[in-house]
Design a protein around this ligand. Structure first.
Ligand code: SF4
Length: 213
């Protein structure tokens, strides 16, 4: 084994250990009040080696909190549809959220609420560490919360969806969150849905380009 291979192998072992430690820290986390109401933390799901693309949503919902996995409810089904319609296997991307615990709504008509800024501040170190360890080429931010957080912008998702941005050499593609597309009329031919499928097509083209270079 060459010295370079030995160093690479040692670094990979360290990265795996750091990932596993991070996962354990999230499971035990009590840094914000959401730990009191969660059933499970939702760390994320997908390939952790040679990860090309990360999708970041807002926070776990009821189904995610129940299963401990991201995007497993109706929004997850729509996400799968958006990805598979464009030839992107869900298993090929790492999927996670800004918050690792569900923010429950005080409104009895709603199950979840958007994250509060102090919750994001308490949790953001985990997301930043995940991104550092995964080191993706592309980040897809789904909805306002991850888009504003990652791009450090006040612009709303409607203004910047589908526009490639760059952050420290990583390509960022903001898209609508699938749960937003399910609200209201839930029209499969709505412009927002059609735009989202078109945005996923841009993502596929970028992934294909990365594969060939
Ligand atoms: Fe910890 Fe984040 Fe869960 Fe708050 S949301 S308890 S900071 S893991």
């Amino acid at each position: 084994m060459s010295i370079n291979t030995e160093i690479e192998s040692a670094l990979e072992d360290l990265r795996k250990k750091a990932w596993s430690d991070l996962c354990g820290q999230v499971k035990a986390c009590t840094k914000c009040p959401l730990h009191r109401t969660r059933r499970n933390t939702v760390f994320g799901e997908g390939p952790t080696e040679n990860c090309r693309c990360v999708i970041i949503g807002e926070a776990p919902g009821v189904e995610e909190d129940r299963d401990g996995k991201p995007f497993v409810g109706k929004a997850g089904i729509l996400l799968n549809e958006i990805l598979s319609a464009n030839g992107i296997p869900r298993e090929s991307v790492y999927i996670m959220n800004v918050l690792k615990c569900r923010p429950p709504s005080d409104d009895p008509k709603k199950q979840n609420r958007p994250p509060k800024s102090d919750e994001i501040n308490a949790c953001k170190g985990y997301l930043e560490a995940q991104l550092l360890l995964l080191h993706p080429d592309i980040i897809v931010t789904m909805g306002n919360t991850p888009t504003k957080f990652i791009l450090e912008t006040d612009k709303g998702i409607t203004a910047i969806r589908g526009k490639w941005c760059d952050k420290r050499g990583i390509k960022i593609l903001p898209m609508f969150h699938p749960s937003y597309l399910l609200h209201g009329r839930n029209d499969p031919d709505s412009p927002d849905r059609l735009n989202t499928f078109a945005d996923a097509k841009k993502l596929k083209a970028a992934l294909d380009w990365l594969k060939s270079h």
